[in-house]
Design a protein around this ligand. Structure first.
Ligand SMILES: *[C@@H]1O[C@H](CO)[C@@H](O)[C@H](O)[C@H]1NC(C)=O
Ligand SMILES: *[C@@H]1O[C@H](CO)[C@@H](O)[C@H](O)[C@H]1NC(C)=O
Length: 334
C-alpha cells in the first residue's frame, strides 16, 4: 500500500449523477492521523445506507433495514478494511515528509464511487484527500484510466505505484463495488423510489430600511431532489439575475428544500406567483403571494384584541349592574 492512490476503494465523495437510471455507490473513509482506526460512511445515491468502524469491525445498516446481511461480502469487507487501514497508517508515501512529518490529528480521507447506468457499468473513481484537499484522483471507465495528482510529484514517483493501484481498482474494487451497488438497489428500492411532495409557500416580507420587500418562494420536504421552482411576475418568469438563492439544501429527514428570492420596491404593484414542478406532482403547483406578518405583529394584534374584548365586557357588566341598581323594577314594567 504505497501509492498515494493505492488503497482506494469503492469508497467515495463526488457529485451524484442526475441521469435517470443512473445510480452510484459511494464511500467516504475518514482517518485521523495517529489513531488506529477509521470510520466510513456508505451512500447509495443520496441515501446513507451504512456506517463502518474499523476498530469494532461492525458494519451497521442505517435506517430500518434488518435484511441486508448479504449486501456486502464479509471477505471483501475484511480485505478492503485492512487495505485501507494500512494505507492510512503508512501515510501516503507520495506526500512528501515535510508535508506531513510530526503531524498528528490531521484528517486523511479516502473517497470512492462506482456507477451503474441502466444495465451498464459506469465509471469508478477513487480520491485521496489530506486536510480536506484532494491530492490525487484515479478514474477508470471503459478501459481507460485517468490519473490526476495535485502535488508536485516526479513522474517516477507516480509511476511507481500507479500500476499497482490501477490493478487493484479494476480487479478488486470495481467488480465488488458494482455488485454491492446492485444488491443495494434491490434492497433499497422502495426508499430510492419514494416520492414526497413539496410544501410550497410564497411570502412577502418587509426589508426594514428601504421600505421595499423581499418575495421568497420556499419549497421544502420533497424527494427526490430534482425540482423546478420558478418565480413569475405578471405571468412572466422573473429574470435569473434578479433572483437570489436557488441552492438545493438537505433537510434532517433526507428530504430537500429550495428557496428563491427577489427584492421589490414599496411601489411595486405587480402580481407575483411561484410555480413548482416535481416528480411527486401530476401537474405543476402554482402558489400566490401571502403576506407574512412578523410574529411580534401578530402577538401585538392578539394582545390588543384581547384588551378590547376585556374592556368591552367590563363596560357591559358595569352598565348592566348600574341599570339594575338604579331601576330595579324596570324589567317588570317593560
Ligand atoms: C420499520 O420496519 C417495520 C417492519 O418491517 C415496519 O412495520 C415499520 O413501518 C418500519 N418503520 C419505518 C419508519 O419505516
Ligand atoms: C424541469 O424542467 C426541465 C426543462 O423544462 C425538464 O426537462 C425537467 O424534467 C423538469 N424537472 C422536473 C422535476 O419537473
Amino acid at each position: 500500500m504505497n501509492a498515494p492512490c493505492a488503497a482506494v476503494v469503492c469508497l467515495l465523495l463526488v457529485p451524484v449523477s442526475v441521469l435517470a437510471g443512473s445510480h452510484t455507490l459511494m464511500g467516504l473513509a475518514t482517518y485521523i492521523t495517529g489513531e488506529r482506526a477509521f470510520n466510513a460512511t456508505i451512500m447509495l445515491d443520496d441515501i446513507t445506507v451504512a456506517y463502518y468502524n474499523s476498530e469494532t469491525k461492525i458494519y451497521v445498516a442505517r435506517g430500518n433495514y434488518t435484511n441486508e446481511d448479504d449486501v456486502v461480502d464479509p471477505n471483501y469487507l475484511k480485505a478492503v478494511s485492512e487495505n485501507l487501514l494500512n494505507h492510512f497508517e503508512e501515510r501516503p508515501k507520495g506526500l512528501r515528509p515535510d508535508n506531513i512529518e510530526n503531524q498528528s490529528h490531521e484528517v486523511h480521507q479516502v473517497m470512492g464511487l462506482c456507477e451503474q447506468n441502466d444495465n451498464k457499468r459506469g465509471q469508478i473513481i477513487s480520491k485521496n484527500a489530506y486536510r480536506g484537499s484532494t491530492f490525487n484522483e484515479l478514474r477508470y471507465f471503459d478501459g481507460e484510466y485517468t490519473y490526476q495528482g495535485f502535488l508536485n510529484y516526479t513522474r517516477p514517483e507516480i509511476q511507481l505505484n500507479l500500476e499497482r493501484s490501477k490493478e487493484r481498482l479494476v480487479q478488486l474494487y470495481y467488480p465488488a463495488c458494482i455488485e454491492i451497488l446492485k444488491n443495494y438497489l434491490k434492497k433499497r428500492e422502495t426508499q430510492l423510489n419514494r416520492k414526497v411532495t413539496p410544501r410550497v409557500r410564497l411570502i412577502r416580507k418587509a426589508i426594514s430600511d428601504s421600505g421595499g420587500s423581499r418575495v421568497s418562494c420556499l419549497a421544502t420536504g420533497f424527494y427526490p431532489r430534482h425540482i423546478n421552482l420558478t418565480l413569475f411576475r405578471d405571468q412572466q418568469p422573473v429574470a435569473d439575475h434578479e433572483i437570489t438563492g436557488g441552492d438545493l439544501l438537505p433537510n434532517d429527514d433526507g428530504t430537500y428544500q429550495m428557496r428563491k428570492s427577489l427584492e421589490i420596491s414599496a411601489a411595486d404593484k405587480h402580481k407575483y406567483t411561484c410555480s413548482v414542478t416535481h416528480l411527486s406532482l401530476d401537474n405543476k403547483l402554482d402558489v400566490s403571494l401571502e403576506d407574512e406578518l412578523p410574529r411580534y405583529h401578530i402577538a401585538v394584534v392578539i394582545f390588543v384584541l384581547l384588551w378590547v374584548c376585556v374592556i368591552f365586557l367590563v363596560a357591559v357588566a358595569i352598565c348592566r349592574k348600574r341599570q339594575t341598581e338604579r331601576h330595579p323594577d324596570d324589567d317588570d314594567v317593560l
